[in-house]
Design a protein around this ligand. Structure first.
Ligand SMILES: [Zn+2]
Length: 641
């Protein structure tokens, strides 16, 4: 038989297990049972199995287990007890050396005393030999399981196929010709002693037989556990939910929102569902995969399981469990979710309240996308037409977050929370602050409402915090600030007319998307309105630096207007260049933030230049930096108009 036997002899239990572990893999041997017994009493460590090699090195692990002909029962005569919260080994004699001599005389080959054996505390191992080499891992596990049941007082660790065992001091031979009959187990367990990937006799079958005949250490691919995979896949394909329940053992759970349902399902172990024992590396189930190129891993941030195939031949690529099921069952997303809900006993219950809310939101979306909208509310349409897709997406997503019950708050119809990061991700946008600016615009226009902290129902706040913890956000304090609580009302003539007025105000104050910020709103509309748009930034005041730049900008603007009755933004910026700190871009943005306030404060009008206006003001032509004629916005003293 072929096993690993270390070349170092110990006279007591090795204190450094790592040294033995590293050394033994360099010593595969072909050895008889008699010779093994001799080596053991020299103090040599050994394994019960042979293993595959990985990158030229033997890998002693369950995963790379290759074959086995030995079973070893470890009798330590002690049990583990919890004393004062600590796990302590306590002497508990269940089998003495003398009793073992009697009990195993017909079955075992030999037994030996371990290094810690004393006359008062018998510690020994009984070694059995199988009458044939087992090459099927399931069969081997089945046999070991039987022995485990029969000898509950043996150390459970000795039933692991990859186990390493230390040598000992004294041998007692029962009969070196005693053998355990493998056939009885083949019949009983109904597992044939054939190579695990019998499905792929091609490559691995040949390698195995070569190995057998030439006794050479070759490097076959790790054996994929296709038997269990095939079984699970066929159970999924036949929608045998009952049998799958036995494998997965799901606990019934009930959710009220669609998003919670999906989040829960995405956190179920795909490897377990597909019956894949080695999720870190296995042969892809979605394409002809001769080299294992697939893996299943858990996203550390979200807890979601992801199936990923690296092969360029793969048409599946990457997917969550919902996509995997779509592919296996050749079905659509809804059908996949329905099957998974049944599989994981997830009840998704929409209340009447939720259904009603969804109807409102659907109608909001329909109206925003209708041809009536630009006709009936042209000013707001002009303002948001470039961002309409984002608004629709936002409302659409909110449908998945409607809570089951009605929180009684003023204007809070649909109420939900979402992080900016999450929304940006769904929209496929990487610039979170730009997404934040758009949400500020929607809030300013009252298409959506942001809730102030005191308006957020405690239960909802708790759920948000729980979700943050669940998603293990690394910097939860700053993440909490990124979570916003929103409400959306059903749009009506009344609300949209109000929005139309806000859109006029936006234009009237010369607000721009580039300048959108709390400071812009504070300067033109005051603190209260700014806090409505940025309820989580109440503490944030305008900085000293902003004040300094603003002062310079204002003085420059007034100086230029005094001189000739009008000016442009680029003239102002040019004048303060070199006087004020900061980048060109930040000064430009500051200009946009203060323009509304500047106009109100000093009676200045902001108008796009055109030939008529230029003639009226007696300005003549204006040229940009490249010397090309242009028509910029003019800042004009009202008396001059
Ligand atoms: Zn693949």
């Amino acid at each position: 038989m072929r096993i690993l036997v270390d070349d170092k002899c110990y006279t007591s239990k090795p204190s450094n297990a790592g040294i033995v572990t590293n050394s033994i893999v360099n010593h595969p041997v072909d050895i008889t049972i008699e010779k093994l017994a001799e080596e053991i009493v020299k103090g040599k460590s050994f394994t019960l199995s042979d293993f595959h090699t990985v990158d030229g090195k033997i890998s002693r692990s369950q995963e790379y287990w290759k074959s086995q002909q030995l079973i070893c029962l470890d009798f330590d005569n002690e049990i583990v007890k919890k004393i004062n919260g600590k796990r302590v080994k306590v002497k508990c004699i269940t089998k003495t050396w003398e009793q073992a001599k009697e009990e195993f005389k017909e079955t075992a080959a030999f037994m030996y005393k371990t290094f810690n054996y004393t006359d008062n505390h018998h510690k020994f191992r009984v070694v059995f030999m199988l009458d044939e080499v087992v090459i099927n891992d399931k069969l081997m596990d089945g046999i070991l399981e039987e022995y485990k049941d029969r000898y509950p007082d043996a150390d459970p660790k000795c039933f692991e196929r990859a186990r390493l065992l230390y040598g000992g001091t004294e041998i007692y031979v029962f009969d070196y010709n005693n053998r355990i009959n493998v056939n009885t187990y083949i019949d009983k367990l109904n597992i044939h002693n054939t190579y695990s990937q019998s499905v792929d006799q091609g490559v691995l079958g040949v390698q195995y037989s070569l190995d057998k005949y030439f006794n050479a250490i070759v490097t076959p691919k790790p054996p994929p556990k296709l038997i269990s995979v095939e079984k699970n896949l066929s159970l999924i394909r036949t929608k045998n939910v009952k049998r799958l329940h036995e494998i997965l053992n799901p606990q019934p759970i009930k959710f009220y929102t669609y998003s919670e349902t999906v989040e829960y399902i995405k956190k179920q172990d795909i490897g377990l569902l597909l019956g894949i024992d080695t999720p870190s590396n296995f042969r892809c189930i979605f394409h002809e995969d001769n080299n294992p190129s697939a893996s299943i891993f858990k996203n550390a941030d979200t807890g979601d399981y992801i199936y990923c195939c690296q092969s360029s031949n793969c048409t599946f690529g990457t997917g969550m469990v919902i996509k995997c099921i779509e592919r296996i069952l050749k079905c659509n997303r809804i059908q996949s979710l329905k099957f998974l809900r049944e599989l994981y006993k997830v009840e998704f219950h929409q209340t009447e309240w939720q259904k009603e809310q969804i109807e409102y939101l659907d109608e909001n979306i329909r109206y925003l996308q209708s041809p009536d909208f630009p006709q009936e509310y042209p000013i707001q349409y002009g303002l948001i037409k470039n961002y309409l897709d984002d608004l629709v997406k936002f409302i659409s997503i909110s449908k998945d977050y409607i809570p089951a019950e009605h929180y009684s708050i003023e204007h809070a119809n649909v109420l939900f929370f979402m992080s900016l990061r999450h929304f940006a991700k769904i929209c496929g946008k990487s610039n979170i602050s730009r997404v934040g600016d758009r949400i500020a615009l929607f809030t300013y226009l009252k298409y959506i409402y942001k809730l102030d902290e005191h308006e957020i129902p405690v239960r909802l706040l708790e759920r948000a915090k729980k979700e943050l913890v669940m998603n293990k956000n690394k910097n939860s304090i700053s993440s909490m600030n990124l979570i916003n609580f929103y409400s959306i009302h059903p749009y009506s003539e009344e609300t949209l007319s109000e929005t139309e007025n806000k859109a006029k105000e936006f234009r009237g104050n010369h607000f721009t998307m580039k300048g959108i910020s709390k400071e812009m709103f504070i300067r033109a509309l005051g603190e209260e309105e700014a806090n409505r748009i940025y309820p989580q930034m109440k503490e944030k005041k305008v900085s000293e630096k902003s004040h300094r730049i603003t002062k310079e900008l204002e003085q420059a603007a007034l100086q230029l207007i005094d001189e000739k009755g009008w000016t442009t933004e680029s003239e102002i910026l040019k004048l303060i260049d070199g006087i004020v700190e900061g980048s060109k871009d930040s000064k430009q943005r500051q200009m946009k933030k203060i323009i509304g306030e500047l106009c109100i404060k000093y009676g200045i009008e902001r108008k796009r230049a055109n030939k008529i206006l230029l003639t009226e003001l007696g300005i003549g032509k204006i040229y940009n930096d490249e010397g090309i004629e242009c028509y910029p916005f003019l800042l004009i003293k009202v008396d001059n108009l």
